[in-house]
Every structure is written in structure tokens, then in C-alpha cells.
Design a protein around this ligand. Structure first.
Ligand SMILES: Cc1cc2nc3c(=O)[nH]c(=O)nc-3n(C[C@H](O)[C@H](O)[C@H](O)COP(=O)(O)OP(=O)(O)OC[C@H]3O[C@@H](n4cnc5c(N)ncnc54)[C@H](O)[C@@H]3O)c2cc1C
Length: 476
């Protein structure tokens, strides 16, 4: 159906709001904050699309989802076809519809953006993906006849999963080896239930199993089995290393070893993956945050996820300590908005210089200093500069450090002929994602450094294409 609203009139249609759980209610539970569009809201939002001849949203999407086409299918009321259209380029639409930083990508490039508010592309993507899942009619793609070749994928995050989906469709036997007991990487151990329900990730994994992908959990490649053993003894013809960038970084200030100071990875893994939030049903130990002062240090998605989890665990005061201003915060805009609404207190232009403990070695406070912004640094962002004499003590029971991560090192250290660069990230060819070792490819954060779900998926797909070529031709 052609859009019945004349193009000029579409700019007058207001952007539709995502229905949400109210802040007072949701700060006490771990269920999803965003409730999703209904048919009517989805249609109203879809009507706003200008159907540009040269859609900037598509070039703004790292994997080039055909946004104009899927929105047009929503107007036709053919939601399953809309979901299939997205799946041509993005195999995990219910996930990316929820977690992509749309304001920097598709929606950031939408012509409607500046003056009228961009089209809610992420919300529409989520709508059709949820419709498809709830209908039980997810169209599984056809699988090519068996090639007799075996591929091993190390790591089950978005990079590994998207590569697995593509390779199994091409007729290869794919096994995904995952160190943890659940499949999904950051999607299950990092991003909390209130942003991305685990059931959605599990459903995608189930679809892949139906397509023939084999998953082996609790296998730490580099310890349980090495890359060389997989290649030389286990009969795998190609290996994709998609191990992510999950190694926590710290501030390097005194007192970071006190009890009560966590890395964000440990905190989120205990709360979300090990389900500490469902105590006593699950007895994973974690500091009891009820009535306590909790702070996260950092300004990215990980920081927002950590502090919003702490709030839901009962923190009395929940702070974000960030050394720059809000304009420089790397977290998705929606997460910052939601955090503020829930009562998270932002200590912007502040930085801890020391953590202070009591006589038993437990955290009691952070010594912080106020900052101001100086000239831009190499990253192009204004450099935070400490203000002399502005130090103060912030009483704290729990501090969570979320100032970035670096490469997971195990595979590289046990496979020295895989070339790495600064930070231990794997060096690959830009187009084929081949590493320096024959038969071994890399994808996701372990190649790019900590990035986004959609970028990890994009590199996974690129690697799958190159692996398929290699298996067919044998040429390296
Ligand atoms: C808390 C948090 C919130 C985030 N929020 C967002 C967001 O809202 N939007 C967004 O776009 N991005 C977000 N990101 C970033 C995004 O999740 C990552 O860029 C993405 O998950 C990277 O995918 P990957 O497949 O490369 O690695 P990962 O998702 O890290 O998966 C790697 C997997 O490899 C496994 N592994 C590691 N070593 C081995 C080994 N030796 N053997 C076997 N398995 C191994 C790990 O256990 C893990 O499961 C967030 C990241 C974090 C930490």
C-alpha cells in the first residue's frame, strides 16, 4: 500500500512514544522497561516515513537494513514480510531493535531528524520482530546440501551467532564453543533483563539449533581444547575466533582492591547471568545493596546497566560518577533518559581518585575530585581536567568500575601464530577477516575493540562469507 498521507503532511505527524513501565514501578523490578508498540502506534509511526529516494537511514545502518522497504511492508499490514525483509541483513532483529544506538545510526541519519524528530526505526524493528516471534511463524531460511566441511566458532556473542547462522545455511557443519554455561555473550551475561529479556536470545538460539548449529557450552578454547587441536585433531577446516572484549579495565587508583569494589563485568554477570536478583531462588552471592550507597564509575551502556541493576536491588542512593559532561557520555540516549527518570543521580565532571576502606577492608567512601573540560584530546572530545582543591568524600558501600574492557587473551596466548596488535586484539584482513594463521578468521569485538551488537554481527557475516569462499576454493 502506498503511504496515504501526502509527503508534506507527514512532517506534521508527531513521533510516537514507546509505552513504558512507570519509573516508580520499574525501579523495583527486572522486567522490561519498554512495553512495545501496538498495531495502531506502529502504523502511525510508519506513516511518518518520507520514503526518500536515497534513504540516508540505510547508509546510516552498519549492515544496511532495507528500512524504507520494511516500513512500507508495515503499512501493508504484512508484518511477517517486514520481519523477513529485516532478516535479509540483520539476523537478530528483536535484539537490535532493542539495543542498537539508533540515534547515532539509522535514526541519526533520518531526514526528519533535526526538525521533526526522526522516524522511530528501532521501535518499528522491534515491533515486527516481536510480532514474528509471538506468531510462532519465524521463517527459517533454506539450508544448502551438506558440504562435509566442519567449522568451529569460538564465542557465542552476536558475532559468533550471526556467522553460525550464515555458515549453516551454506551447508557447513557448525559447532559453536562457548566458555560460559549460556549462549549469547554480552547479550546474556551483560545486558540486563529489563533491557533485553533472555527469552528473546534463547528463542534465536533455538532457531539456530533447528537450522542445525551445534552448541557446546562450558568449553574454554585455549584451556579445554586449543585452536591447533581443533584444526589438526578434531577435523575442523576453519575456525572463527569471536571471543569479544570482556576483560575488565580498572582505574588504577588506590583502594580498588577493597571489598565492595566490583568490575562491571563481575557485577552484571552475578546479577543477571547468575540471577542474584532472584535471591533466594538463586543463591549467587552479591553485596546486599538494600538501603546502601552505590556508585558506578563510567558513562557507557555498561555503566547504565550496572547502576540501574543496583537500583533495582534496593540501593538507597545510586550514583553515576563520570569525568566528562553528559554530551560526551557514550551510553545510548534512551538508557540515560531512563536512568534519570528512575532516580539515578549523575555526578558529572567528577572522578574518584581513591577508594577508602574501614578497618576490616570494606569500602566506606570514594575520594572524588571535580573536573572541568579543557581543549579537545586525540579522541576529539574535550579533555577532563581536575580542579585543584575540589576534592571531597562520597560515602559509598559499593563501587562498580565500568571504564571499558579489553580483549579476552586466552586464544591468542595459546595460539601464538595469530598476530595481535596493541591491547591484544586480533589483526585481520579488513575485507576477509582472515588472521595471520591459515584457516583462522576473527570477528566482533576481539577484532574491532569494544563496539556494538550490530557491528559485531556485521563482521560475523563478513567472516562467514570469507570462510565459505575458503572452504570452497581452499585458497588462502
Ligand atoms: C553491559 C554491556 C552493555 C552493552 N550494551 C550495548 C547496547 O545497548 N547496544 C549495543 O549495540 N552494544 C552494547 N554493548 C556492546 C556489545 O554487547 C558488544 O559490542 C557485542 O556483544 C560484541 O559481540 P562479540 O560477539 O564480539 O562478543 P561478546 O558478546 O563479548 O561474546 C563473546 C563470547 O565469547 C566467549 N569467550 C571468550 N573467550 C572464550 C574462549 N576462550 N573460549 C570459548 N568462549 C570464549 C565469551 O564467554 C562470550 O560469550 C554492551 C556491552 C556491555 C558489556
Amino acid at each position: 500500500m502506498a503511504n496515504p498521507v501526502p509527503t508534506k503532511e507527514r512532517t506534521k505527524l508527531p513521533r510516537q512514544h514507546m509505552p513504558e513501565q512507570q519509573p516508580e514501578k520499574r525501579r523495583q523490578n527486572f522486567t522490561e522497561v519498554n512495553l512495545g508498540f501496538d498495531f495502531n502506534i506502529a502504523k502511525q509511526e510508519a506513516l511518518r516515513c518520507l520514503e526518500c529516494a536515497n534513504p540516508k537511514c540505510v547508509s546510516g545502518c552498519p549492515v544496511g537494513v532495507k528500512i524504507k522497504d520494511f516500513i512500507s511492508l508495515i503499512l501493508d499490514g504484512d508484518y511477517l514480510a517486514a520481519a523477513s525483509k529485516i532478516r535479509e541483513d540483520d539476523v537478530l532483529p528483536a535484539i537490535t531493535g532493542r539495543v542498537c544506538p539508533q540515534e547515532d545510526q539509522c535514526e541519526g541519519s533520518c531526514i526528519m531528524g533535526k526538525k521533526f524528530g526522526s522516524v522511530g526505526i528501532g521501535f518499528l524493528e522491534r515491533f515486527v520482530a516481536d510480532f514474528e516471534r509471538e506468531s510462532g511463524k519465524i521463517g527459517l531460511p533454506p539450508i544448502a546440501p551438506s558440504t562435509g566441511k566442519k567449522v568451529a566458532i569460538v564465542g557465542s556473542g552476536p558475532a559468533g551467532l550471526s556467522a553460525a547462522g550464515d555458515l549453516v545455511q551454506r551447508g557447513h557443519a557448525v559447532t559453536v564453543f562457548e566458555a560460559l554455561h549460556e549462549i549469547g555473550g554480552v547479550l546474556v551475561y551483560g545486558i540486563p533483563e529489563f533491557r533485553l529479556p533472555k527469552a528473546i536470545v534463547r528463542q534465536e538460539v533455538e532457531n539456530m539449533k533447528k537450522m542445525g548449529v551445534e552448541f557446546q557450552t562450558d568449553v574454554v578454547v585455549g584451556k579445554t581444547v586449543t585452536v591447533d587441536e581443533l584444526l589438526n585433531e578434531e577435523g575442523y577446516s576453519a575456525i572463527l575466533v569471536a571471543t569479544g572484549a570482556g576483560l575488565p579495565q580498572f582505574l588504577g587508583v588506590p583502594g580498588e582492591d577493597l571489598c565492595g569494589v566490583y568490575s562491571s563485568n563481575e557485577f552484571l554477570t552475578r546479577v543477571n547471568l547468575m540471577k542474584a536478583y532472584r535471591f533466594p531462588e538463586y543463591d549467587e552471592p552479591i553485596y546486599d545493596c538494600r538501603g546502601k550507597n552505590v556508585a558506578v564509575v563510567g558513562g557507557g551502556n555498561t555503566a547504565m546497566d550496572s547502576i540501574r541493576s543496583a537500583l533495582r536491588l534496593g540501593a538507597k542512593n545510586a550514583y553515576v560518577i563520570y569525568r566528562r559532561s553528559e554530551a560526551e557520555m557514550p551510553a545510548r540516549a534512551e538508557e540515560v533518559k531512563h536512568a534519570r527518570e528512575e532516580g539515578i543521580q549523575f555526578l558529572l565532571l567528577n572522578n574518584p581518585v581513591e577508594f577508602l576502606g574501614d578497618e576490616k577492608g570494606w569500602l566506606r567512601a570514594a575520594r572524588c575530585i571535580k573536573m572541568e573540560l579543557g581543549p579537545a584530546d586525540e579522541s576529539g572530545r574535550r579533555r577532563p581536567v581536575p580542579i585543584k582543591g575540589s576534592e571531597y568524600e562520597l560515602p559509598l558501600d559499593v563501587a562498580i568500575i565500568a571504564v571499558g574492557t579489553s580483549s579476552n587473551p586466552l586464544v591468542q596466548s595459546t595460539t601464538p601464530d595469530i598476530k595481535t596488535r596493541k591491547g591484544g586484539y586480533i589483526v585481520t584482513d579488513e575485507t576477509t577477516l582472515k588472521t595471520s594463521k591459515r584457516g583462522v578468521f576473527g570477528a566482533g569485538d576481539i577484532v574491532t575493540g569494544a563496539a556494538t551488537v550490530i557491528l559485531a554481527m556485521g563482521t560475523g557475516r563478513k567472516a562467514a562469507k570469507a570462510i565459505d569462499e575458503y572452504l570452497k576454493t581452499g585458497a588462502w
